[in-house]
Design a protein around this ligand. Structure first.
Ligand code: GYE
Length: 325
């Protein structure tokens, strides 16, 4: 009986200690984080990074998954405001339509930090900072690889223009808008490179596959030279569609994508994906730094950009073991 009691007390103490390590107690700031969803490998890595950094910092986290729907995010933000959290952080699924709810947060005196994606608002004071990648530059890097490094680079002899199909990300989202913009900017008005089809695959594998199937079946679909996918997941779905149509992805159709998640490295090592432009999802530690700065009343830059690179099939096997997402 006594032994059972001692054991019980020990277990209770251990549980208490574990609780303390994770939660610095009543004074720890409460952070409301509204995530886009779980649409891609990038996103799950981003969620893991945010959760673990906030937990390690000892902050209290209220996490909400919007399943790629803006209305869910607005609801989540309103509930964070009602709960009077100390800081709101969120990754806005699309750019527009945030003015009203952000004004409500401001009126409640709750600072807002954006992670990953930007918003389009006329009043800059509605958020403190945006931590995330330069998506326009990612689009440019994708096009530069095609024009300067790929087997279809400028100056190579060929008949007719290079025919490109584009799988866009979520309609109205910052990465879809900006990656498309950067890619087109580098193509310029060079008539040797033409985007012949463009459609959204919503950043998911399933939609990427479906839309690629439609591209392949459409008029001129037997004459596609390049696929530019706004993320790796859509590229991986599309690779399946290309294979099922009897063509060789990476050879008959060059495949270019963005993110550089592990799945992309596997596809590159199998020779099916030619290149991926890195987009780093590990934003958790920078978010924690920003929350601390806000809590301590320190100034933050309006924009905190993440450093990134580009990886090709040739480098994939060497780089793969050191990838963290
Ligand atoms: O590229 C994609 C994800 O916003 C940068 O969202 C992010 C994008 C990322 O679903 O895989």
């Amino acid at each position: 009986m006594k032994r059972v009691f001692v054991l019980g007390v020990a277990v209770a103490l251990l549980a208490l200690a574990a609780g303390c390590a994770r939660d610095a107690g009543g004074d720890a700031p409460v952070v409301g984080f509204s995530q886009v969803g779980a649409e891609s490998e990038w996103r799950t890595a981003n969620t893991r990074s945010v959760r673990s950094a906030i937990e390690e910092a000892g902050f209290r986290l209220r996490f909400s998954d919007a399943q790629q729907k803006q209305e869910n995010q607005i609801k989540a933000l309103r509930s964070f405001i009602a709960q009077r959290v100390d800081v709101i952080a969120f990754s806005p699924v699309v750019e527009s339509g945030w003015e009203t709810v952000l004004r409500e947060a401001k009126a409640a005196g709750i600072p807002v930090i954006l992670t990953d994606r930007s918003v389009d608002v006329s009043d800059e004071s509605l958020y403190v900072t945006l931590i995330g990648s330069d998506f326009v530059e990612e689009g440019r890097k994708a096009a530069r690889w095609l024009l300067e490094e790929s087997p279809l680079r400028r100056g190579e002899d060929r008949e007719g223009p290079v025919r490109i199909v584009e799988l866009q990300g979520t309609v109205g989202s910052a990465p879809a808008i900006d990656r498309g913009k950067g890619f087109r900017e580098v193509l310029g008005d060079d008539q040797d490179y033409r985007i012949v089809r463009t459609q959204s695959g919503d950043f998911t594998r399933a939609r990427g596959k479906e839309v690629m199937e439609a591209f392949l079946k459409s008029e001129g679909g037997d004459n596609i030279d390049v696929l530019f996918a706004h993320n790796d997941d859509m590229a991986i779905g599309a690779i399946q569609a290309i294979e099922e149509s009897g063509l060789r992805p990476g050879e008959d159709i060059l495949v270019i994508s963005i993110d550089a998640v592990r799945g992309a490295f596997e596809a590159m090592m199998a020779g099916k994906l030619n290149v991926t432009v890195e987009c780093n999802p590990l934003l958790g530690p920078q978010l924690v730094d920003a929350i601390r700065a806000v809590q301590e009343g320190r100034e933050l830059p309006r924009r905190i950009v993440v450093e990134e690179s580009v990886f090709t099939r040739e480098q994939a096997a060497e780089v793969f073991p050191s990838r963290q997402y």
